[in-house]
Design a protein around this ligand. Structure first.
Ligand code: DX5
Ligand code: ZN
Length: 217
C-alpha cells in the first residue's frame, strides 16, 4: 500500500544554516528532505550541487535525501550525488535523450530513481519508463523558484498516474501547502513536497502533520 510522505523543500530556508534548518524540519516530523539542485541552464536559477549535499550528509546521517535535479545533464551528477549520500535521484526527462540509460546508471550507483515532468510535459512522454522508476514527480509550478502559485490544472496527470499505477509513488512539488493539499491528495499524490508553506511557518510540526493527515485520509 502507498504511504504518505512529507518532504520539505529547503530552497527557501536559510541556506547558510542548512544543517540546522534541515534538522529542525526532521525533528518536526519531515519524512524526507527534498533538495532542489539547479544549474542555471535547465532553469533560470542557481542553488547548490553535490559538494553541499555531501556536507549536509555529514551533519545528518539518517534522513532520506531526495535531490530534485533541475539540470541540463542529469547523467553528469549521478556518481557525485551517490557519493554524497543521496537516496533518491529525481531528474527532469525533458533535456534527456536516453532516459533508460540515465535510469539504469542511477540504479547501478545504488540510488532510487524519480522521473520529473514540467507543467508542459505530458505523462504519456514518460509512460514507457514508469515501470522501472521508483517515483514520478509531477511539477505543479514551473521549476526554478519557490513560493509560486500551485497549478491545479496539473491534477489530471496525477489522477491518470494513480488510476493506471495504483502502487506508484507520485510526488507533487510547487505551491503545495495546507490550502492546496486536498486537491493533491484527492488526485492521488502521496509524496508531498512543501517549501515555503512549511519552512516559513511558525509551527512547522503542525503544518507537516496537517499535510500528512490529509494525504492519509
Ligand atoms: C521549484 C522547486 C520546488 C519549490 C517548492 O523549482 O522544485 O521544490 O521550491 O517550494 P514551494 O512549496 O514554496 O513552491
Ligand atoms: Zn523541487
Amino acid at each position: 500500500p502507498i504511504q504518505a510522505k512529507i518532504g520539505p523543500s529547503i530552497l527557501n530556508a536559510d541556506l547558510a544554516n542548512l544543517a540546522a534548518e534541515s534538522q529542525k524540519l526532521l525533528d518536526n516530523g519531515a519524512d524526507y528532505l527534498h533538495l532542489d539542485v539547479m544549474d542555471g541552464a535547465f532553469v533560470p536559477n542557481l542553488t547548490f550541487g553535490h559538494p553541499m549535499v555531501k556536507c549536509l550528509r555529514n551533519h545528518i546521517k539518517e534522513a532520506f535525501f531526495e535531490t530534485h535535479m533541475m539540470v541540463q545533464n542529469p547523467e553528469q551528477w549521478i556518481a557525485p550525488m551517490a557519493d554524497a549520500g543521496v537516496n533518491l535521484y529525481t531528474f527532469h526527462v525533458e533535456p534527456v535523450k536516453d532516459v533508460c540509460n540515465v535510469t539504469r546508471k542511477i540504479q547501478e550507483a545504488g540510488m532510487k530513481v524519480g522521473l520529473a515532468i514540467k507543467p508542459g510535459t505530458e505523462v504519456k512522454e514518460i509512460e514507457k519508463y514508469i515501470d522501472v522508476a521508483d517515483l514520478v514527480l509531477v511539477m505543479t509550478v514551473e521549476p526554478g523558484f519557490g513560493g509560486q502559485s500551485f497549478m491545479a490544472d496539473m491534477m489530471p496527470k496525477v489522477e491518470w498516474l494513480r488510476n493506471n499505477y495504483p502502487n506508484l509513488d507520485i510526488e507533487v512539488d510547487g505551491g503545495v501547502g495546507p490550502k492546496t493539499i486536498d486537491c493533491c491528495a484527492k488526485a492521488g499524490a502521496n509524496w508531498i513536497v512543501s517549501g515555503t508553506a512549511v519552512v516559513g511557518s511558525a509551527d512547522q510540526r503542525q503544518v507537516i502533520s496537517e499535510l500528512r493527515n490529509v494525504v492519509k485520509s
